[in-house]
Design a protein around this ligand. Structure first.
Ligand code: CA
Length: 319
């Protein structure tokens, strides 16, 4: 979600925040359901054939009958990729996906592009969940440039994994089907591998239904600036799958608030279940007049907004 943030800055921030969280999470801030709901690899819950092989859904065939079929997306080999027979159109879309044995909630998606060339065909492609086999009720879980700030251009690189956390209201629903849908003419992005992570919808419900999400000053661990952009260090203190941050000019009324980011609390990239916090980076510059508010997002209800306040960036003072 940090599209403007350089990888150098990102690593520095994570380093600092990891140290910070080492102190924070040593205490008892965590008082909600176990964050293990954030996920295990879901591919193993997908429907298999009688031979125990994953049943891969999507466009049949391969480009020039070269053998690079949709099954290559889920074969565990980053050197094999899906190259469909045509580029795909709105009428005849290119896609590859899985059916699951029960509805699943996606919290994280990993993607490995075509390994040697044309890896940027992934740009403009997006992930969907559905409960109808024909995806007639499909919901977009992630798209190239969304309100959460993710872009494939930032994340999808040649010869590497792209790793995304999924946190938005749509992601809280369970889906029987998940797929990657290619942009028109993109040959489904030529993916080498896709890994879905999350939990069953039943597990999400057991962890969070009936919980009352709250949001307060206790969620704010720290705030600092990176090149005039606000970075909030947040701690997980409420029974909520994720939080939402908004911003506005302080002098405006609440109708001026705009979405900044959904903030997932399944950020266990380094040490699973020990980091109950997250860094939220605002892509827009902070001005003296910028104010923020935060709320916890539950499965059935949200907490009241907590006014985080106004932060003054020394470099932008007076702007
Ligand atoms: Ca593969």
């Amino acid at each position: 979600m940090n599209a403007m943030m350089s990888s150098l800055n990102r690593s520095r921030v994570f380093c600092c925040f990891t140290m910070l969280l080492a102190a924070v999470t040593a205490g008892t801030l965590w008082a909600g359901p176990s964050p293990t709901w954030c996920g295990t690899k879901l591919n193993s819950l997908a429907v298999k054939d009688d031979g125990g092989n994953l049943v891969v859904l999507g466009m049949e065939g391969s480009y020039n009958n070269g053998g690079n079929t949709k099954e290559k997306v889920f074969d565990g080999d980053v050197n094999t990729f899906f190259d469909p027979p045509s580029g795909g159109t709105a009428a005849v879309p290119c896609w590859a996906g899985l059916e699951f044995t029960e509805p699943v909630v996606v919290t994280r998606i990993r993607y490995y592009g075509r390994p040697t060339t044309l890896w940027n065909r992934m740009f403009g492609c997006f992930f969907q969940g559905a409960n109808q086999a024909d995806f007639s009720d499909a919901v977009t879980l992630h798209v190239g440039a969304t309100t959460d700030g993710w872009t494939w251009d930032d994340k999808a690189k040649k010869g590497t994994w792209a790793d995304f956390y999924v946190a938005n209201p749509e992601s809280l629903h369970g889906y029987k089907y998940l797929r990657l849908l290619g942009a028109d003419g993109a040959y489904c992005g030529n993916p080498s591998e896709i890994e879905f992570y999350g939990v069953t919808a039943a597990a999400l419900s057991a962890a969070f239904d009936g919980q009352t999400p709250t949001c307060s000053a206790a969620n704010i661990v720290t705030s600092f600036f990176i090149n005039n952009h606000l970075t909030l260090g947040l701690a997980y203190t409420a029974a909520a799958p994720f939080y939402e941050l908004q911003r506005k000019p302080a002098a405006s009324d609440d109708s001026a608030y705009e979405h900044v980011a959904y903030i997932p609390f399944c950020w266990d990239n380094y040490t699973a279940d020990t980091i109950h916090g997250y860094l939220c980076f605002d892509e827009k510059p902070v001005y003296d007049s910028t104010t923020y508010r935060l709320r916890a997002y539950g499965t059935a209800a949200q907490s009241p907004w907590y006014e985080v306040g106004t932060f003054k960036s020394y470099a932008m003072k007076g702007v």
